[in-house]
Design a protein around this ligand. Structure first.
Ligand SMILES: [Zn+2]
Length: 246
């Protein structure tokens, strides 16, 4: 059976499909997965740079790492995988994208219903007084942004040791219970709470379609099937097949 066609038919027959995405979907946009051998965490020890305590102890040091990350992310553009998910939402097939990425590329591609588990790179927050600012209102490449209360601002991404935003988590859990199909794209879903989403969906009777380069811990436990390949090729293939069938 052609798995692209199988996925296309499953999506057409679904009433409430959602997608869970991870770093793999943005690799073709030039953003290396943080955990890979070329990833950020190979260069910067996350214990030293990406925990909330590291930021509290030495925000200047963390900001130097962050500038490098933000520069890559800000110059990145959506790839065909992002545009395919936006198209599926426009066609009425995709109700939500739940992403572990902080790059904002789903929204840039045109998706409206996006949950960001790990925050975003568009805002800055003050840990002292909870004020929020737009990233654009600071020249953060030159000067470390400070709040009106003088505290150094933190990017609105979720650091290790920080909780997942509560509304993101509860909405995603509700989506996972209600959906009848979930696509797991570009993620091995080993990090909670992302890993719970396909499991909750499966327990509630949803189909789980995995789109990954390699098999993951979900493949033989949770996924109905895996389409092996890069999401930038597989997803446009599925969208084209849907257009052909419907
Ligand atoms: Zn403040």
């Amino acid at each position: 059976v052609d798995l692209i066609e199988r996925a296309a038919r499953d999506i057409i027959n679904s009433r409430n499909a959602i997608a869970l995405t991870g770093a793999g979907i943005s690799v073709e946009s030039g953003i290396e997965a943080f955990r890979g051998s070329q990833g950020l965490w190979a260069k910067y020890d996350p214990e030293e740079y990406a925990t909330i305590q590291a930021f509290i102890d030495n925000p200047e040091k963390v900001w130097n790492m962050f500038r490098e990350v933000l520069e890559t992310i800000i110059n990145a553009k959506p790839n065909p995988a992002h545009y395919s998910l936006a198209e599926l939402e426009n066609m009425g097939y995709l109700k939500r994208v739940i992403t572990q990425n902080v790059d904002g590329l789903h929204q840039e591609a045109g998706n409206k219903n996006v949950i960001e588990f790990h925050g975003n790179n568009r805002e800055l927050v003050c840990l002292r007084c909870n004020s929020r600012y737009s990233m654009n209102s600071f020249n953060w490449m030159e000067v470390i942004p400070r709040c009106k209360c003088t505290s150094i601002l933190k990017p609105a991404v979720v650091f290790f040791g920080e909780p997942i935003p509560w509304d993101a988590l509860t909405t995603a859990q509700s989506d996972a219970r209600k959906c009848d199909l979930i696509m797991v794209i570009g993620t091995s879903a080993v990090v909670s709470p992302a890993r719970e989403m396909p499991v909750i969906a499966k327990q509630n009777g949803a189909k789980v379609i995995e789109i990954n380069i390699e098999e993951t811990s979900l493949t033989y436990t949770t996924s109905d099937y895996i389409i092996k390949g890069s999401s930038g090729i597989v997803l446009p293939g599925i969208v084209n097949k849907i257009k052909e069938i419907q």
